[in-house]
Write a protein that binds this ligand. Structure first.
Ligand code: ATP
Ligand code: SF4
Ligand code: MG
Length: 420
């Protein structure tokens, strides 16, 4: 049994209209049937573009939004069915680290007060003295000085504030930490430090993470298993290395093609799949395969009429595509619906589309351009994708001292440390 199991979880937000009667006129299908398992001591990375339902799923696990249907089983208990009172006790076991470290910390509370609040509420530590000692220990673990206790959130840099966010989760000794875009608000250099810290903490404390991100590079470094989400559902799930070596779902292939390769020779040979149009509205999702309106391999009529299930194609590599095997074998050919351009030439295609008219014009221009580029070009061999995946840049551990230098607040910690 996995530590955390989601079975067919759905979160449908009602769309209401009218002042007096407040009628429900439809639903936003933000999460629409997600099943996944998070193993103890491992990291599950969840990726997908903005609006696909990642945060809603994270919030559903914590029951911060109403779960429409499905099971959320933590260590054998289905949280989706727990009465509110019992859920409150379970909440300590599931903690969240948020995207915006400043926005999630009360500016009027000092760090000791922020961190001890939850501990007191859940009965951790016999008194404030004990809690303070525990907090000091955790602050050291996340790389913050002990004198941080008496300071306020605005006195810290962005990276340090995220360390405080991580410490706030850790002091409650949770079973699972859900990190929602934990580094996307941080500078690139600091991102690697925070990701490395999460990894170190996992090794030291045996933590279990569900890491949510829109950036594949972020989840690759830290995840054991990666799930790719599109419009409320998982379209692919695989062990991290397998997914990067050979993505099988057309949407994952498009996402991966957007990740730059540092080797200029490989970068020149690489092609990029530019999906047309925005994510369709989750209030009115496409019929059949939800990706069919943007899929370069879309086939008549099955793709638009029959919703594919997530199927294990072997070794835990699961894909929700009727034609995944044929696409991999090269027997199912691309049919359009995307611009395929050399990676170095991506800037020739306008990225932003502001209106449906502009979008249609852009789509036409892209079709012409794409046709010119991909005429008779064979589908890329998986081995080639795999070779490229090998050389992709990964976050680098900072040299000792480097992290400190780049993340220190303006005032020196040493000079102010009381009792140090
Ligand atoms: N409380 C709500 N009521 C109605 N719709 C909502 C609510 N919360 C989220 N949504 C909608 O659900 C969809 C999924 O939103 P969500 O925030 O989960 O996406 P996301 O993948 O986290 O996006 P991002 O990467 O931008 O954070 C969006 O269309 C959003 O507008
Ligand atoms: S089922 Fe059809 S539309 Fe969906 S990903 Fe596969 S080929 Fe594309
Ligand atoms: Mg989000």
């Amino acid at each position: 049994m996995s530590l955390l199991e989601l079975n067919d979880v759905k979160v449908h937000f009602p769309v209401r209209k009218g002042v007096l009667f407040n009628r429900t006129v439809g639903h936003v299908y933000a999460v629409d049937g997600i099943s996944l398992n998070v193993e103890a001591g491992q990291t599950y990375g969840l990726v997908g573009e903005s609006g696909c339902g990642k945060t809603t799923l994270g919030r559903a696990v914590l029951r911060l939004v109403d779960v429409t249907d499905g099971e959320i089983v933590l260590d054998g208990t289905d949280l989706a069915k727990l009465p509110d009172e019992e859920m409150r006790r379970f909440r300590r076991r599931l903690q969240m680290v948020f995207q915006d470290p400043l926005g999630s910390l009360n500016p009027r509370q000092n760090i000791e007060s922020i961190l001890s609040e939850g501990m007191a509420a859940h009965g951790i530590g016999a008194n404030q003295e004990e809690r303070r000692e525990r907090i000091k220990e955790i602050l050291t673990r996340v790389g913050l000085p002990a004198n941080a206790l008496s300071r306020y959130p605005h006195e810290f840099s962005g990276g340090q504030r995220q360390r405080i966010g991580i410490a706030r989760a850790l002091v409650l000794e949770p079973d699972v930490i859900i990190c929602d875009e934990p580094v996307s608000a941080l500078d690139v250099s600091i991102q690697a430090q925070v990701i490395n810290l999460l990894e170190e903490l996992q090794e030291q404390l045996g933590l279990t993470y569900l890491v949510i991100a829109h950036d594949l590079a972020v989840v690759r470094h830290i995840s054991d298993v990666i799930g790719v989400m599109y419009l409320g559902s998982l379209v692919e799930e695989a062990p991290s290395d397998a997914l990067y070596a050979a993505p099988k779902h057309p949407y994952t292939k498009a996402l991966m093609s957007a990740v730059p390769v540092p080797d200029p020779e490989v970068e020149d040979r690489r092609e990029r799949i530019l999906l047309r149009g925005d994510l369709p509205s989750p209030a009115n999702p496409p019929t059949g395969c939800r990706f069919h309106t943007r899929c370069p391999w879309k086939q008549e009529t099955r793709c638009a009429t029959e919703r594919p299930e997530l199927v294990d194609l072997g070794d835990g590599h699961k894909v929700a595509c009727h034609f995944a095997a044929g696409i991999e074998a090269g027997t199912v050919k691309r049919t359009g619906a995307a611009a395929i351009v050399p990676a170095g030439k991506t800037d020739t295609v306008p990225a932003a589309r502001t209106s449906p008219e502009a979008s249609a014009e852009t789509a036409k221009a892209e079709t012409a351009k794409a046709e010119a580029v991909v005429q008779d070009e064979p589908v890329k061999a998986e081995s080639e994708v795999s070779a490229e995946a090998e050389v992709r840049d990964e976050p680098v551990k900072p040299a000792p001292g480097e992290a400190e230098a780049s993340e220190k607040p303006e005032a020196s910690d040493e000079s102010e440390a009381p009792g140090k």
